[in-house]
Ligand binder design. Structure first.
Ligand code: HSE
Length: 403
């Protein structure tokens, strides 16, 4: 028998409870142990719950209970999750989490504390919801040098964009539906403005490149400025718009960003729709490898948390050597020093000025869009581009393009 505690009984916490109960037999078969949920911490009361006696509002009841070996932190946010996690690890309890904000902020420190105390801090559910990605990157692809990661890492925004593209839904309608389905963060700005994707690409980058990537240094744009016209341009170019988290390791520096991108239909990420996420990694031995599955939602996320619990039970007496080091302040390159290919939209009257600034560019039209044109800029320095665009009267918008 192994006793665990769950911190936070929201969407993910209640999903973990249900998955552990529903699959108790198969979990026992795989681990040889019964998993007993001994305590659940939540500030709310659950008077109608079938096990209402296991709820507590006092974390010390969990921390000081030596029979509780695994703590499942699914509260979200940095405070108080950070202090609870640290205290649990120092007390030699294993911790499993879905909390990307905490892993992205304090991952290096918490992983070191886990290592020093011969326990584990696992976070499979923090990226890609139910998709196995953290463990495969750390184990199955461990023999590769991963040189780049490109992914659709947020289910809510992918769901919204898909509804807008395929069903002509408004942004607001699609967001409401995503919230009803339990995909969105408590504050949907975290999804829509790209912050959730930013934390996830920071975690993946930290893991595969081996040093903490500070998410505050990652350039981040959301989907809040995407218009019907952008979608029509994408259609005309046989592409779709996706919110992409990207990172690349070059000369021991990390180039990372989060932004909407035009993805051509030939790219495997183009057909990833709805709440699905997909992560394309490039390894020096494997080449391209894509991970695909449900990136958000109660049960997909709970299944990833449960997988970590199972892994810990199988490795209850050892640290699984799962960690990265602290990163330096100059580890992430400023966006102004990076290069991307862009589609630039301008008003009809701006053609001459655009040619003056960017040379003999070729203008294109999108079916159904009037009064404006667009042109491509292949592999331009972003700092230079921003300077030139500030001089371009009639500039409407810019969007990065994938190959
Ligand atoms: N709000 C997140 C998403 C939940 O939509 O992907 C999973 O991290």
């Amino acid at each position: 028998m192994i006793n665990i505690a769950i911190l936070g009984y929201g969407t993910v916490g209640s999903g973990v409870y249900e998955v552990l109960k529903k699959n108790a037999e198969s979990i026992k078969r795989k681990t040889g142990r019964d998993v007993v949920i001994k305590k659940i911490l939540d500030i709310r009361d659950f008077p109608d719950h079938e096990e209402k006696h296991i709820f507590t509002k006092d974390f010390s009841e969990i921390l000081n209970d030596d029979d509780i070996k695994i703590v499942v932190e699914v509260m979200g946010g940095v405070s108080p999750a950070y202090s609870y996690t640290k205290a649990a690890l120092l007390q030699k309890k294993h911790v499993v989490t879905s909390n990307k904000e905490l892993v992205a902020t304090h991952g290096a420190e918490l992983l070191k504390i886990a290592k020093d105390n011969n326990v584990n801090y696992l976070f499979e559910a923090s990226v890609g919801g139910g998709i196995p990605i953290i463990r495969p990157l750390n184990q199955c692809l461990a023999a590769n040098e991963i040189t780049s990661i490109m992914g659709i890492l947020n289910g809510t925004t992918n769901y919204i964009l898909t509804k807008m593209i395929k069903e002509g839904k408004s942004f607001g309608e699609a967001l409401k539906r995503a919230q009803e389905k339990g995909y969105a963060e408590r504050n949907p700005d975290a999804d829509v403005l790209g912050h959730d994707t930013c934390r996830k690409i920071a975690i993946l980058s930290s893991l595969v490149y081996g040093k903490q990537v500070d998410y505050n240094l990652i350039y981040t744009e959301g989907i809040n400025n995407i218009t019907k016209e952008d979608i029509l341009y994408a259609e005309s170019l046989d592409s779709v718009i996706k919110l992409i988290g990207f990172s690349e390791l070059k000369d021991k520096k990390v180039f990372a960003r989060v932004s909407p991108m035009l993805i051509p239909s030939s790219n495997p990420l183009a057909s990833v729709d709805g709440v699905f996420n997909a992560i394309l990694v490039k390894g020096d031995s494997i080449g391209d490898c894509m991970f695909y599955g449900k990136g958000a939602g109660k049960y997909p996320t709970a299944s990833a948390v449960a997988a970590d619990i199972i892994d810990i039970i199988k490795n209850i007496d050892k640290n699984m050597k799962f960690y990265w080091e602290d990163g330096s302040a100059d580890y992430v390159v400023d966006i102004k020093d990076s290069f991307s290919t862009f589609l630039i939209r301008v008003k009809e009257g701006a053609r001459e000025k655009a040619k003056e600034l960017f040379g003999d560019v070729e203008f294109i039209h999108a079916r159904g869009v009037k009064g404006e044109v667009a042109f491509f800029l292949p592999s331009v320095n972003e700092g230079e581009l921003i300077k030139k665009l500030s001089q371009l009267e009639g500039f409407i918008s810019k969007i990065r393009m994938a190959e």
